[in-house]
Design a protein around this ligand. Structure first.
Ligand SMILES: [Mn+2]
Length: 363
C-alpha cells in the first residue's frame, strides 16, 4: 500500500505577488507546513509536486535556507517532484542547475522523478531515476537503477513506480512506463486542463492526457493552476490539485480554494483536504480600474495570468486585436493603436510588475 499526498504548483517565492497585501512569504510557508502536517497525519509515504516547485529560478538564499530547514525536519515522508518552467533559468531545460537541484543536494527526502536516468544522473545524492519503486530499502540502497527482482518484490507488496516529465521533456504520447507490474504514476508539468484559460491557448484535456499515456495508472499534473479530477469508469486517472497559493487578481485565482489530495494506491480512495486560507478581500488589494474599463479589464485579466502561461505579449496582443476587429469592425490600424495605448496605460496603472514577457525571471 502506498499513500500519496498530491499537490499542484507550489511556486515558492520571496517577493509578494502584485496586489497581494498580506505577509505573503509567511503565509506561503504556512501553506507548505499545512501540507506537511496533513501528509504526516494521513501517514503518506510521498508528497508529489508536479513542477513549479519555485516561482522563479532565483528565489533567494533566505527562502532556500528556510525551506531546507523545514524539509529537513524529521518528517516521515519523502517529496517527489519534477521541473516546471518556473524552476528553470529562462525556461531552459537544464535540470542540473537551479533551486530544485539544490534542494536535492541539501535534503535527503527530496527526489526528482525523471524520464531518462542517463541524462540526469551525475549528481551526488540525487536519485534521479527512470523507475522509482517505493521500497525504501531499495531506494536508499540503489536509487539510480532497478532490476527485475526489485520490481517483482515491489509489485508483490503493492508498490508504485514513479516517472516524471518535466517542462521541456517530450510532449503528449511519446513516453511509456517501463513495466506493467507496478502501479505506474506519471508526474507531468504540462498544460492539461478541462478548459482553456484564454482564447487560443494550447491545452490538452484530461481525457486527452489519459489517452496519450495509456501505460500509466495515474497522471499527476502541474502547470494548470486550478484543480480537477478525471475518472474513467469510476477510477481516478488524471488529477491536478491546483496551486498552493493565489497569486493574481484574476477571478479564477480569487475563487481558488487551495487543497491537497490524499490517494491510496491500494484501495483507490481519494480524499480532498482544503488548506486554511483567508478570503480574497483580506489578502488582495482591490484593483482600481480606469475609464477605459472594458478593454482595460480584459487586458488586465489576461496579463494577470501571463507569468503562468507560455504566451508572449505578442500572442496576447494579437488575440486581443483579432477579438476587437471582429467585435467592432473598425480598421485594424485604429484598433491596434488604441489597444497598445490602453495596454500601456492599464499596465502602468495596475502596476502588474509580475507580468513580464515570457522567459524573464521575476525576482
Ligand atoms: Mn505554475
Amino acid at each position: 500500500m502506498t499513500r500519496l499526498l498530491i499537490t499542484g504548483d507550489w511556486q515558492l517565492r520571496t517577493s509578494p505577488p502584485a496586489n497581494r497585501m498580506d505577509d505573503f512569504y509567511e503565509v506561503q510557508k504556512g501553506k507548505v507546513l499545512q501540507v506537511f502536517e496533513i501528509a504526516q497525519r494521513e501517514e503518506c509515504d510521498f508528497i508529489l509536486v508536479p513542477g513549479d516547485f519555485f516561482d522563479n529560478p532565483s528565489p533567494g538564499i533566505r527562502l532556500l535556507i528556510d525551506y531546507i530547514r523545514l524539509i529537513n525536519h524529521p518528517w516521515p515522508f519523502k517529496i517527489l517532484a519534477c521541473f516546471g518552467q518556473h524552476d528553470l533559468y529562462m525556461h531552459n531545460p537544464d535540470y542540473s542547475t537551479g533551486p530544485l537541484s539544490l534542494l536535492q543536494h541539501a535534503c535527503d527526502k527530496v527526489y526528482i522523478a525523471g524520464s531518462d536516468s542517463s541524462a540526469r544522473t551525475p549528481w551526488v545524492n540525487t536519485p534521479v531515476c527512470k523507475l522509482f519503486p517505493i521500497d525504501s530499502a531499495f531506494v536508499e540502497a540503489d536509487p539510480g537503477g532497478t532490476t527485475m527482482s526489485d520490481m517483482a518484490r515491489a509489485a508483490s507488496s503493492g508498490q508504485c513506480a514513479f516517472y516524471g516529465l518535466s517542462y521541456g521533456d517530450p510532449r503528449m504520447g511519446k513516453f511509456e512506463a517501463w513495466t506493467d507490474d507496478l502501479f505506474n504514476i506519471l508526474l507531468i508539468h504540462d498544460m492539461i486542463g478541462p478548459e482553456e484559460l484564454f482564447p487560443g491557448q494550447e491545452i490538452d484535456s484530461p481525457e486527452q492526457a489519459f489517452k496519450a499515456y495509456p501505460t500509466f495508472d495515474l497522471i499527476v499534473c502541474g502547470d494548470y493552476h486550478y484543480s480537477f479530477v478525471y475518472k474513467e469508469k469510476g477510477v481516478l486517472r488524471v488529477i491536478n490539485a491546483g496551486c498552493l497559493v493565489r497569486k493574481t487578481v484574476h477571478w479564477r485565482d480569487q475563487q481558488l480554494r487551495p487543497a491537497a489530495y490524499v490517494f491510496d494506491t491500494k484501495s483507490g480512495s481519494l480524499e480532498r483536504f482544503e488548506l486554511q486560507f483567508a478570503p480574497p478581500e483580506k489578502v488582495f488589494r482591490e484593483v482600481e480600474r480606469g475609464a477605459t474599463a472594458e478593454i482595460g479589464d480584459d487586458l488586465v485579466e489576461l496579463m494577470s495570468t501571463i507569468d503562468d502561461v507560455d504566451l508572449s505579449y505578442e500572442d496576447i496582443i494579437r488575440a486581443m486585436v483579432e477579438q476587437e476587429v471582429a467585435g467592432i469592425g473598425k480598421s485594424a490600424g485604429e484598433v491596434i493603436l488604441k489597444l497598445l495605448e490602453e495596454t500601456l496605460d492599464a499596465y502602468r496603472a495596475e502596476g502588474l510588475r509580475g507580468s513580464l514577457p515570457k522567459g524573464e525571471a521575476v525576482s
